[in-house]
Design a protein around this ligand. Structure first.
Ligand SMILES: Nc1ncnc2c1ncn2[C@@H]1O[C@H](COP(=O)(O)OP(=O)(O)OP(=O)(O)O)[C@@H](O)[C@H]1O
Length: 330
């Protein structure tokens, strides 16, 4: 059972998982690290999580602390899982939901319940121990689910969109608390998210999935500064343009918007049509599509003066000094 193992034995995850037509993903993550997996719908994020947990059969390898997970049944894997929709046992109390994993690993009932209560306390829901899942709010149930995943001290923690569907304030609070637990967690964490905030605040590295493959994996700041896919550029709020083997990125704040073609002959100018506009901090962020899909931040006053509403034809330009150019493959 968890607790008896020396922590120093943990060496992390080294995986290359293949699910035909869905996934062919290589990933190496050290112990104590949190990798945020991002990518568009259908990129293979859930398939990766399910392959690691054993819910979807996979070939290749997934070596976790020296042992290949793929040769093990889901129950034999030291993996804790939190899904977006909790999946708590409906007929068990919050306490018994958390104690379940310990009991199925052979812990006696009293010890399992004591440890489960301790984890409910850590997640600030000990007062709800006797409630069934149907009597919990979404945020409370997610706290129970996190306690249930961590109570066995797994080698691998899988979090699949843990904050999706929660109220913004509840999600913000839970994100901070989860961050505290992850800082103490000595196993490997794989966090699937659609949220740049999760990726940049909770993760020690960012892995970008695209059509089933990991196309970029690095420190969150590095990936955010030099995104290789359109999806990640959007996630971190940058424009990115591919020119052969080179990528060129620039901030929406650096984009000048006008109704006439810019007078200078910069090559960084594009014509398009406003597709949407929404507040973004103190600015209005407009989406423009044309030869390129781009975003630009303008002041509310400029937005009014230029009538930047959907359908408006505009010119966008950016100074060359505001553009970062880098290799698409390195
Ligand atoms: N049960 C399944 N059988 C066959 N193909 C599937 C199955 N589930 C998903 N797929 C396909 O596998 C690919 C990866 O899907 P997956 O659900 O892993 O993506 P995802 O990145 O999690 O997407 P989302 O963000 O929409 O949840 C997609 O092409 C999808 O259509």
């Amino acid at each position: 059972m968890a607790g008896g193992r020396p922590v120093t034995a943990r060496t992390g995850l080294d995986a290359n998982l293949v699910v035909p037509d869905r996934l062919d993903a290589a990933l190496a993550v050290g112990p104590g690290e949190v990798v945020a997996v991002v990518g568009p719908n259908g990129a293979g994020k859930s398939t990766l999580v399910h392959a690691l947990s054993g819910l979807v059969p996979a070939t290749g390898r997934a070596v976790l602390d020296g042992a290949d997970l793929l040769g093990r049944t889901p129950r034999e894997r030291s993996v804790g899982v939190v899904f977006q929709d909790q999946r708590l046992f409906p007929h068990l109390s919050a306490l018994d939901n958390v104690a379940f994993g310990l009991r199925s690993r052979g812990a006696d009932n009293r010890a399992a319940r004591a440890r489960a209560r301790d984890w409910l306390e850590r997640l600030a829901v000990a007062d709800l121990a006797d409630r069934r899942p149907a009597q919990l709010s979404g945020g409370q149930a997610q706290r129970v689910a996190i306690a249930r995943a961590l109570v066995t001290d797994p080698d691998l923690l899988l979090l699949d969109e843990p904050f999706t569907g929660l109220d913004v304030g509840v999600a913000a609070m839970l994100r901070i608390e989860l961050g505290r637990h992850l800082a103490e967690f000595r196993g490997v964490t794989v966090l699937v998210t659609h949220d740049a905030l999760d990726a940049l605040t909770l993760a020690t590295s960012l892995a970008v999935l695209h059509q089933g493959r990991v196309v970029q994996h690095g420190a969150p700041d590095e990936v955010a500064a030099r995104p290789r896919t359109e999806h990640v550029a959007r996630l971190v709020g940058l424009n990115v343009i591919r020119e052969g083997d080179r990528l060129r990125s620039f901030s929406p704040a650096a984009v000048t918007v006008g109704l006439q073609a810019p007078a200078d002959s910069t090559r960084n100018r594009w014509q398009g049509v406003v597709r949407g506009a929404a507040p973004h901090g103190d600015a209005i962020r407009i989406q423009v599509s044309g030869d390129r899909d781009l975003i630009a931040d303008v002041t509310p006053a400029a937005s009014r003066e230029l009538a930047l509403v959907p359908g408006q034809q505009v010119w966008l330009s950016v100074k060359e000094t505001a553009v970062t150019t880098y290799d698409a493959t390195s």
